[in-house]
Design a protein around this ligand. Structure first.
Ligand code: S3P
Length: 434
């Protein structure tokens, strides 16, 4: 995989549009495949992760056409998938793997799922336990609680599951299996994680209710439908991809950029809150709402940032943005403390380690903790050879750091950005002035 070189930026200018939301793109293909009729998905993310989802459903007999301006999914209904010939390959994608297990639990054929080395090291017991309680049999073929996984469906029962962690992947796997259960299925999590599955299931005709508890936590409940029905899905721009440009606009002096059509669903928008709390000059323009998802254009102007505390219920709303927030914190005045974020350890890499390793190498003052990190901002960053360790979010975060470091910053295996943002480096070049 190729390295990428980043040079310092004088300023950022212009308007950009980021690719479609990864979480929503996955779900649109999945629900489209098990709905009746043709689902049309516009602004679909052509990243490697979402292409893994497409290829798994094609292997189960679903026709999916990738057109220049949309993706068409010829759904065959809740019980229309057919047994794949061989294992389903889920690449680097945790979302594909975990959500697919939920759907596979309700089919009438067994299947095996496997991914790349990083995926096959990520914890799967978190979905094996609840799906097992519902009546499916999931086993880790390496006996280590990780993929490859075999999924043997069973007659599924509705359950009331208390998830020990806030994770949309766990919640969604259970809700998707709940479509095939004999009764209602609910998932309660300690804090609300992204709710795209709940919103999209409702649009496709399932009855889903969601409750935020006054004492903390949230419950989502699905009633098994007779069928789901095809929809038009307009995918908003991915706020997790927009975050790199928003951060770059804030950090590089004399910048002003407009990031258009960014998804601003409140279960995802913690990053925008933190930018404001850190003193970032951002303005939301042209707010709109389509298909249950809100969106806006984000106007960003360079700002001097200050440290903050990021914890509790906010964490699931910005979990994927913590690497870039750490870069912002290293450039801010004062200390930023991130806690309650132990989930960072089980992402594409252990992101507490990979952020710490690179920030320290750049001269940043960061102390890793059990569930986050403490970053004392203000030390000037120097250019390094940043180790992405094949984690797309680490590659993009340190590409942004490279804009403010003097000299050449090399992003090792930078091409891993293909997972979620294949045009990242081209878009960055289009708005950087040197
Ligand atoms: C995702 C959920 C998040 C996130 C991941 C995508 C999803 O994981 O980190 O990139 O699409 O459901 P968890 O909710 O499991 O933490």
């Amino acid at each position: 995989m190729s390295d990428k070189i980043i040079y310092p930026a004088r300023r950022l200018r212009g308007e950009i549009e980021v690719p479609g939301d990864k979480s929503i793109s996955h779900r649109a293909v999945m629900l489209g495949s098990i709905a009746r009729g043709t689902t049309e998905i516009t602004h679909f993310l052509n990243g490697a992760d979402c292409l893994s989802t497409i290829s798994c459903f094609r292997k189960m007999g679903i026709t999916i056409e990738e057109k220049p301006d949309c993706v068409l999914v010829q759904g065959k209904g809740l019980r229309g998938l057919s047994a794949p010939d061989g294992a389903l390959y889920t690449g680097n994608s945790g979302t594909t793997t975990r959500l697919l297990c939920g759907i596979l639990a309700g089919q009438d054929f067994p299947a095996v799922l496997s991914g790349d080395a990083s995926l096959n090291a990520r914890p799967m017991q978190r979905i094996m336990t609840p799906l097992g309680q519902m009546g499916a049999e999931l086993s880790s073929l390496s006996n280590n609680g990780c993929a490859p996984l075999s999924v043997t469906p069973g007659a599924l029962h509705g359950i009331k599951y208390q998830s020990p962690v806030s994770s949309a992947q766990i919640k969604s796997a259970i809700l998707l299996a709940g479509l095939y259960a004999d009764d209602e299925t609910s998932v309660t999590e300690p804090a609300l994680s992204r709710n795209h599955t709940e919103l999209m299931l409702q649009n496709f005709g399932a009855h889903v209710s969601s409750v935020l508890h006054v004492e903390g936590g949230a419950t989502a409940l699905v009633t098994p439908p007779d069928e789901l029905y095809a929809q038009q899905v307009w995918v908003p721009g991915d706020i997790s991809s927009a975050a790199y440009f928003i951060a770059a606009g804030l950090l590089v002096p004399n910048s002003e950029i407009l990031v258009k059509n960014v998804g601003t669903n409140f279960t995802r928008a913690g990053f925008l809150k933190i930018c404001e709390e850190m003193g970032g000059d951002i303005t939301l323009l042209n707010r709109s709402f389509k298909g249950g998802e809100s969106r806006a254009d984000v106007l960003v102007r360079s700002s001097s940032l200050k440290g903050t505390v990021i914890e509790g219920d906010l964490i699931p709303t910005l979990i994927d943005e913590i690497p870039i927030i750490a870069v912002m914190a290293a450039c801010a005045k004062g200390t930023t403390t991130i806690r309650d974020a132990a989930e960072l350890k089980v992402k594409e890499t252990n992101r507490i380690d990979t952020v710490t390793e690179n920030l320290q190498a750049m001269g940043g003052d960061v102390t890793p903790t059990e569930d986050g990190m403490v970053i004392r901002g203000g030390s000037p960053l120097k250019s390094i050879r940043a180790r992405s360790r094949l984690d797309h979010r680490i590659a993009m975060s340190f590409a942004v750091a490279g804009l403010i470091a003097p000299g050449e910053t090399i992003i090792e295996d930078g091409q891993c950005i293909d997972i979620s943002y294949p045009e990242f480096f081209e878009t960055l070049e289009s708005c950087v002035e040197r």
